[in-house]
Design a protein around this ligand. Structure first.
Ligand SMILES: [Zn+2]
Length: 301
């Protein structure tokens, strides 16, 4: 068992086996590496690169990987994973920080999310490969990791998204491919902000892949004897429902002790006009259907 400290600032915390410094974050800002702290580098998530080269941004049928595109869980701008100049510059950068630290931890070393990237170069490379779309993406990601492995002489850690079932379809990530090159994996579970929408959506997506019949998802609104502090807020319930709707759930159940509690939830949901407008931007037909359903509660609350 090892414990590490993971920081945005080059300051060492006491009482840990190792320290990881975010030398290049998803915002694209860079810090000099520190000799006795591992260097954490976000590769394709890079606001600075996209701001300097807007045409490098990863493209999808649901729009670019731009911060604010609510169709994806994207909190920054992401460069297309086959962009050759960015790839080359990052390879050199990674080799350089490896020289000045005990090793390299990588984030965002894969495609932005499902459906990415459909830019003209990616389309051309895919067609030339003769592979299926998903296998081509996997190949692109794995080949780049192989190139990185040649540059990193010390420890290489690959950070992966907390999705054990659909990372191949979403990011082009094959865990067994990565295992050939990596010393250790790091599963980024991170902020509670991610927890409700991100993990529920991930689970819905994974069950959609595994189950051979349609499925409902049950959410807990208020159970017998519950402390109001322990249950999800109506805002969380609506957001999670929308995220699971777009991931393929066939419907939802809302559990309460009695009918008046569920009416309170419906009434609050109807009153959250601004939130529901925002959630309209979170996806296609299933999301709109769900929100129309919530809107229809206006007649009964
Ligand atoms: Zn592309």
């Amino acid at each position: 068992m090892k414990l590490g400290a993971y920081t945005f600032k080059p300051e060492k915390a006491q009482g840990f086996d190792f320290q990881v410094l975010r030398v290049k974050t998803e915002t694209g800002t860079r810090l000099p590496p520190v000799q006795d702290m591992y260097s954490n580098v976000a590769i394709f998530a890079d606001n600075v690169a996209v701001s300097n080269h807007p045409d490098w941004i990863s493209q999808s049928p649901l729009g670019p990987a731009k911060m604010g595109n609510n169709n994806f869980n994207i909190y920054w701008d992401i460069v297309c994973a086959t962009q050759p100049e960015h790839r080359a510059e990052q390879l050199n950068y990674i080799a350089e920080v490896d020289k000045h630290s005990p090793g390299v931890w990588l984030n965002s070393q894969y495609f932005a999310d499902q459906g990415h990237c459909i830019c003209p170069r990616c389309n051309m490379l895919w067609k030339k490969s003769g592979l299926s779309w998903l296998e081509w993406r996997r190949n692109e990601v794995t080949e780049y990791i192989a190139q990185i492995r040649e540059k990193v002489k010390k420890e290489l850690v690959l950070c992966i998204q907390p999705d054990p079932v659909s990372s191949y379809e979403r990011y082009g990530v094959d865990f067994d491919d990565f295992a050939k090159y990596v010393d250790v994996f790091n599963v980024v579970m991170f902020s509670k902000n991610y927890a409700t929408p991100w993990y529920s959506e991930m689970l819905a997506r994974d069950f959609k892949k595994l189950l051979k019949k349609p499925f409902y998802i049950s959410f807990y609104v208020f159970g017998p004897g519950d402390n109001p502090k322990d249950v999800p807020s109506p805002q969380e319930l609506l957001t999670v429902s929308v995220r699971c709707a777009r991931a393929g759930a066939a419907g939802f159940l809302y559990l309460t002790d009695n009918a008046s509690q569920i009416r309170t939830f419906q009434k609050t949901a109807v009153e959250m006009v601004e939130l529901r407008e925002k959630l309209r931007t979170y996806g296609g037909q299933p999301v709109q259907e769900f929100l129309d359903f919530v809107e229809s509660w206006r007649k009964i609350v």
